[in-house]
Ligand binder design. Sequence first.
Ligand SMILES: [Zn+2]
Length: 453
Amino acid sequence: MRKLVFAIIIFSFIAMAKEPVDASLIAEKFVRTALREQKAYQWLRELTSIGGRLAGSENSAKAVRWAKEKMEQLGFDRVYLQPVEVPRWERGNVEKAVIISPENLKGRELSIAALGGSVGTPEEGITAEVIEVKNFEEFKEKAPQVRGKIVFFNVPMDQGEINTFKAYGEAVRYRWAGAMEGAKAGAKAVIIRSITTRYDNVPHTGMMGYDTKIRKIPAVSIGLKDADFLSNALKKYPHLKITLKLNCRQLPPSRSYNVIGEIRGSQHPEEVIVVGGHLDSWDKGEGAHDDGAGVVQSIEAVELFKRIGIRPERTLRVVLFMNEEYGLSGAKAYGEYVSRASEKHIAAIESDRGGFTPRGFTVKAEDPVFKEIKSWLPVLQKCRIDWIRKGGGGADISRIKAKALIGYFPDDQRYFDFHHSANDVFEAVNPRELELGSAAIATLLYLISCQGL
Ligand SMILES: [Zn+2]
């Protein structure tokens, strides 16, 4: 009898070991440890102190060294660099838009920033009348009047849209295609209303597109206050003229790196779970939310296993991608590696939506895998994850062939206040919100590494 009771106790203990109760305790431990010790937040301070990290720049090389040394110091089993060729663009030190007529507005400067990839202007600048349009339809109607002018695409982000990423996706068409459309109609340059949710005068940059068959014209964004000022001024003075001066330029491509660090799995080391963000950033701020947060969360999510003393059953690999912002170079290089690799990638998680309070995970997977991941919601709720939905994983992991591509989705109401602008600095990140993200990602890594997919 006594033996039987003992056997039942042992049996139920083994059976319990894989139950969510166990995982919930681990989740709570991740949360407490992350919130108390705030390691990711300290690392973010170090990373952002480098400054903006445009791919190919000196700062991006510093960030590569910092990330490699960090994971080495933390005692990851293996840390290495994966070479990536990156296109290089440099903002330069001349970035100016000044009204030159009418007389009473002469000398009034506008708060602008060159869009990433823009060509510069001649040294004396481009001087022309400004013509405002509210959308591509209006642009088409006004096309005959555009020749020789600077087109002002004054298209606001839809503030009524609850999903800010959706609103961004709609507005970003103008940033991407504005210069191509403008050039086709004979414009000299374009100005794009900044894509942001915050009403201030800080311009937000970001990548723009050119068509090799069409003449390249300069493109800048403008802060919202000056966008409204310019729009009002144009109502009064339809022949308002500005001079635009930029010395940004394209440089030859250069060598950079994805930074990779991993902890080997104890049971299935050949099964890899990737977690990552991008190490590069735009140059205007410090790339704190975009994507310093994702970088330090990815490192911490894996390092938390060591800190609380558990060994993952499958290999956890941090991939810090180089050049998400200006062409996804690192994502392509890692995706190519995966297609040749003998190891098996079972899942990849990306954090590139800022360091805000956890909300959910979006999952790209077949139905059975999706259902399995969704069944873990009660555990993930310990880290303030409210939902798990079908959706894309993210740009950097999009080239990885795996059973599940997962995007970490924090609260999205403030991200575009900071995104791609001088507002995106260390001080804009809240330590508790950032750390909860680390814990949520660590918990998901734990569940995948125990259960497999
Ligand atoms: Zn990003």
